[in-house]
Write a protein that binds this ligand. Structure first.
Ligand code: ZN
Length: 495
């Protein structure tokens, strides 16, 4: 009995270690601890006199009266990295984790400055947002990411993951995507644990399991492969697919194939696009259910890191397919209602969930409308004007869905005088699904709307972001619309 027990224990241990090894190899992350669990070796305190101590494998920072913000900084500098750590913060405090930060004589006499992954137990709940300490202030707050705000666990250990790679800084709070910042101001610096200056002494913030890994280098890719899926739609898919294809291919960045399903009423069993071959899929489909095997292939593709662009009426598709609705975040029509999930509404400048019962999906008569860029440092919307006009189109409203891992990038006000809801409706947004990335654009009812420069440029950036997680098309085109004037491109696209 004893021997049997020992052998099975060894088997389990071998299995576990093999399994861990596989996971590591697959993710390409070799972790190095930044904290030995016993001492503050490798760390140096700057800027303020808050108290940092080690207790039971945890770094404890405590506020001290009449001292400025304090930072416990790594002696080493880091450029591209993946950082993970856990933190526990008392309510009423403010704290954060500096990354790529510096302390220089020629910048405010050694003032610690740079990117701070915010720790914020206050009701606004911006933990995981990015604040530029002692420099530019907020770069990426969480006003437009209601699910990320609700991911914070008050009075408990929380976990951050930070990926800083090139000009991309992404954060996750307890597995929920929080920030997705594009910024190239500082490429290297130390990591530091902040204790904010305070009017009360002895408030504590704790950190543990602080570890860092080198990101796996991504193979340079010249052309991204796109698959447009169409074949059934209550919209003019035969007209819009070729235009979407030429917009994408004319940019020189994408190569596009089209998977066209059998027509409405025909057997679907043979419809099996090979999603795994592509960097990003574009949905121009709403119709009969795909075969189970195809649904599973699409879910596997997305959860393992695929990209998906939800174009206009593709958010009408598959009201009963749970995972599809998680991917699109918000959808409309097809019997969607409060059971499908909340709407997203704006209270002041913050997106909030709204469970008010009612049908999901509506729009008034077509008209020109103005987009408001809500998240101005996201790769897809970086550098866009705060307000820009879109051509005469449908203004999708009252979209409903699980809205998990969703960030609103742009809204449009649905004016009651134009048959609208009187709300700021989410029009461009992103969703995280497993390791996959989704960009949804509610714009582009028909061919004539696809000549809108606002549509074209956000589609190109959105497709690249969904495919790769970043955007290299940094320059905003000169013909991009202004606050009061829409613009069109390509006379050939006009009907
Ligand atoms: Zn439409």
């Amino acid at each position: 009995m004893k021997r049997y027990f020992t052998i099975s224990t060894i088997c389990i241990m071998v299995y576990l270690s093999l399994n861990t090894g596989l996971v590591r190899a697959a993710r390409g992350e070799k972790w190095e601890s930044l904290f030995d669990g016993k001492t503050l070796n490798g760390w140096i305190q700057r800027n303020g006199k808050a108290k940092y101590e080690v207790e039971d494998g945890v770094i404890v920072g405590a506020t001290v009266l009449k001292t400025p913000n304090s930072f416990l900084c790594t002696e080493k500098m880091y450029s591209d990295f993946i950082l993970e750590l856990e933190f526990l913060v008392e309510g009423g405090m403010n704290s954060g984790v500096q990354i790529r930060s510096n302390s220089l004589e020629n910048y405010k006499n050694y003032r610690v400055h740079g990117y701070q992954v915010e720790i914020d137990p206050s009701p606004r709940a911006y933990s995981g947002g990015i604040y530029d300490e002692a420099r530019r202030g907020w770069l990426y707050d969480l006003k437009n990411s209601p699910h990320a705000r609700s991911a914070f666990k008050q009075g408990q250990w929380n976990k951050f993951r930070v990926e800083a790679i090139g000009d991309s800084i992404k954060t996750w709070l307890n597995g929920v995507p929080a920030s997705d910042l594009k910024d190239d101001m500082t490429s290297t610096g130390f990591i530091a644990l902040q204790v904010h200056g305070s009017k009360e002494a002895g408030h504590k913030v704790r950190w543990r399991n602080i570890r860092i890994a080198q990101p796996k280098p991504k193979p340079a890719k010249s052309i991204l492969k796109v698959l447009i899926v169409d074949g059934q739609n209550n919209h003019n898919w035969k007209g819009t697919t070729p235009v979407l294809k030429s917009i994408l291919e004319d940019s020189g960045m994408f190569e596009v194939d089209v998977a066209t399903s059998p027509a409405k009423g025909q057997p679907m069993s043979g419809f099996k696009p090979n999603f795994a071959e592509y960097d990003v899929a574009v949905g121009n489909y709403t119709g009969a259910d795909w075969p189970e095997e195809t649904q599973k292939a699409f879910m596997d593709y997305m959860s393992s890191g695929g990209g998906f662009v939800v174009y206009h009426a593709a958010d009408n598709a598959f009201p009963k397919w749970k995972e599809y609705n998680e991917m699109i975040g918000l959808g409309g029509w097809g019997g969607r209602d409060e059971k499908s999930g909340p709407m997203i509404r704006y209270k002041g400048n913050s997106a909030v969930f709204d469970d008010t019962p009612g049908r999901g999906g509506t729009h008034g008569p077509q008209h020109e409308f103005q987009l408001i860029t809500r998240q101005r440092n996201h790769p897809i919307t970086a550098g866009l004007p705060e307000k820009w006009m879109h051509v005469k189109d449908e203004l999708y409203s009252k979209l409903r869905g699980p809205a998990k891992n969703l960030t609103v990038l742009a809204t449009a006000y649905a004016d009651p005088e134009k048959g609208g809801t009187g709300e700021h409706e989410p029009i461009l947004f992103t969703i995280g699904y497993g390791k996959g990335r989704i960009f949804q654009t509610a714009l582009g009812h028909n061919v004539e709307q696809l000549s809108s420069v606002g549509f074209i440029f956000t589609l190109l950036r959105g497709a690249e972001w969904a495919a790769t997680g970043n955007v290299t098309q940094t320059k905003v085109p000169e013909d991009f619309p202004t606050a009061d004037k829409a613009s069109r491109r390509g006379a050939g696209l006009l009907q």
